[in-house]
Structures are given as C-alpha cells and as structure tokens.
Design a binder for this molecule. Structure first.
Ligand code: NDP
Ligand code: OXD
Length: 307
C-alpha cells in the first residue's frame, strides 16, 4: 500500500524525507505508472485525477490547499474521505496577507502609490482605527486566525458565518438574515469563505450597495464568489473606495482584464497563502496516524456542506 504525492517536486522532496522518518512502512510515490492502482491508499493532490475510480482501495484524498471546491463530488466516490489542508504555514501567511491588505486600505496606500507616480506630495484623510469597521465573511480556521492578528489595531471587528458562533471581541452575525446588518456596519470587507453553491457570486452589485459609501474589499476566498464587473462598477461609481483582490475567475486573469490597470485595485496572483511543505507534511502524517487509529482526520470535509 502506498501514498501518492501528486504535486510539485520541491514539496515532494520535503514530504518524502518526513514520510521516511515518521511513516517508514508507508512508501511515498510520485510516479504511479509502475504501481497497481489497488496499491494506492492515500493521495495528496490539488485536483482529483479524472480516473480516480481506478483506485479501489483509496481511503483518503488530501487537498494540498485549504480550499476543496476544485474536487467535484461526481469524481470522488462517497466512501473516500476528503481532507482540506490545515497547517500552520497557510494560517500564518493568510494572517500576514490580510493584515497587510487591511492596513493598506486603512492607510490609503494605493492613493500614495498613485501620487508618487505623479510626484504629488499631499496627505489623504484617514480615519482612526476605532472608526474603521472591519467585517469578515466566514468565521472558520483562517478568519479566526486573521481576527487574532487584527485585534491589537483596535478596528471594530465583525464576522458572518453560516451557523451561530461567538468569538470574544467580535460582533458575530450568521445566516441570510444576518448578512444585511453585517454589511451595513462594515467599512473594510474581507471575504474568507469557501466556494460552495451558496457562496458562488455572493460578492455582487447588491452586496456592494449594502456596504456603506466608501467601503473597501479584500478578496481572498475564491474568484467565482466575485462578480468582477460589479466590483469595477462600484469602484468607478465611487461607492467603493478600493479593493485588494488575490483570487479571480479565471486564473490567471487575461491581460486585457480591467482589474490589471484599475487605479483602485491591487491585484495579486493567488498568493495570499501558500501551503508550506514542512508544516504540511507534519499535518498529513498526523492525519494518517489518526486515520490508522480510527479517528477522523483534522480538516475532514463535510461533503454535503461542501467545505
Ligand atoms: P473553514 O472551512 O475553516 O471556514 C469556512 C467559514 O465559512 C465557516 O465559518 C463557515 O461557516 C463559513 N461559511 C461557509 N459557507 C457559508 C455560507 N453559505 N454563509 C455564511 N458562512 C459560510 O475555511 P478556511 O477558513 O480554512 O478557508 C476559507 C477559504 O479560504 C478556503 O475555502 C479557500 O477558498 C480560501 N483560501 C484562499 C487562499 C488564498 O491564497 N487566497 C489560501 C487558503 C484558503 P460555519 O462556521 O457556520 O461553518
Ligand atoms: C488554498 C489556496 O486553498 O491556495 O490553499 O487557495
């Protein structure tokens, strides 16, 4: 029985070392062409291989990323567990990126970059942090970690989730009925939602209208959650003041897309957070040990909910 590492060579090297040390009885293979499909017990991958049904003894598919929307349920047999990546490196990088983005919007960084290009020496009015209301769509692993980093700045914090939750120092909203009041009190909106049928297209013109005038967006969820034209329209109309976008649909964004050169958008190529091999290998090894002990892996996806 083997573990199939179906990802990049560099991370594969780190995983192979960790597996040889921690799980010497489970060979890690990167090329399965020499193996009987029945030998494959675990797969680590970004997307499900289309011929997954060949692996009749497959028990767990580990996503190399925290998001699992790329695993279409028709491809994944119901008996196979799907596990998202829960590891310290992803968490830390998302904390860094969102903190950077919130501060950049709060302190009007994009305006100063524009002014520098035009040799303009002029201050732009800013609010105090206590008046800058930050709201996070999603209150899961990453949103919770981001909140811990944002707390010391003194922004009034709120979050929106599917189920009712309580987090100290955070105004918590949930469900469809909680969305409008959550948006109405949010000056900097961060999207950290998984992509599901319910969240696809959520960031649309109506949602932007519900935000207070001058609000800004940080989008780090998934591209398909955002109506790209609606964002440009809300920025051009002056209702929104800025956006920092890390995920788009499609990726990469074509060179002629309006986001590239928009004066109020900072665009990054889906790098907010990247799985780190050392910590990820530790997380996957721990989950294999849990699975062998009959415990649920950490990050087990609820296939019904889609995250
Ligand atoms: P989690 O599964 O831990 O949390 C998801 C949160 O979203 C939960 O709080 C959940 O609510 C909430 N949610 C889901 N559906 C809805 C809905 N319909 N209405 C309201 N709330 C909803 O996810 P993570 O924090 O680990 O990751 C979030 C996403 O971030 C990933 O799925 C991925 O798409 C994205 N990501 C982006 C990266 C990047 O580099 N840009 C890197 C890593 C992840 P509840 O608490 O009630 O379940
Ligand atoms: C992830 C991502 O899901 O990179 O980890 O977006």
């Amino acid at each position: 029985m083997v573990f199939w590492f179906n990802s990049d060579r560099e991370r594969g090297r780190v995983f192979a070392e960790a597996f040889a040390r921690e799980l010497p009885d489970l060979p890690l293979v990167t090329d399965i062409s020499e193996h009987d499909p029945d030998e494959i017990l675990y797969i680590l991958t970004w997307t499900a291989p289309p011929d997954l049904h060949r692996f009749r003894n497959l028990k767990v598919v580990f996503s190399i990323g925290a998001g699992v929307d790329q695993f279409k349920s028709e491809i994944l047999p119901p008996k196979v567990m799907l596990v998202r990546m829960v590891e310290d490196g992803i968490i830390r990088m998302m904390q860094e990126y969102v903190t950077l983005a919130v501060l950049a919007l709060h302190r009007k960084l994009k305006a100063y970059v524009g002014q520098q290009a035009d040799a303009v020496w002029q201050s732009v009015p800013v609010r105090q942090a206590a008046e800058q209301r930050v709201g996070i769509l999603g209150l899961g692993m990453l949103a919770g970690a981001v909140i811990e980093r944002l707390k010391p700045f003194g922004f009034p914090l709120a979050a929106w989730s599917r189920s009712e939750r309580q987090v100290e120092g955070v105004e918590c909203y949930h469900g469809q009925e909680g969305l409008t009041p959550f948006l109405a009190r949010t000056d900097i909106l961060i999207c950290l939602l998984p992509l599901t049928q319910e969240t696809e297209g959520l960031l649309d013109a109506r949602l932007f209208e519900t935000l207070p005038a001058g609000a800004a967006l940080v989008h780090v969820g998934r591209g398909a959650q955002l109506d790209h034209d609606a964002l440009i329209a809300a920025l051009d109309a002056g209702h929104l003041s800025g956006a920092i976008v890390d995920v788009t649909e499609p990726e990469p964004l074509p060179p002629e897309h309006g986001f590239w050169r928009h004066p109020k958008i900072i665009l990054t190529p889906h790098i907010a957070s990247v799985t780190q091999p050392e910590t990820a290998a530790r997380a996957v090894i721990n989950n294999i040990k849990r699975h062998r002990d009959g415990l649920d892996p950490i990050g087990l996806v609820d296939r019904e909910r889609g995250y």
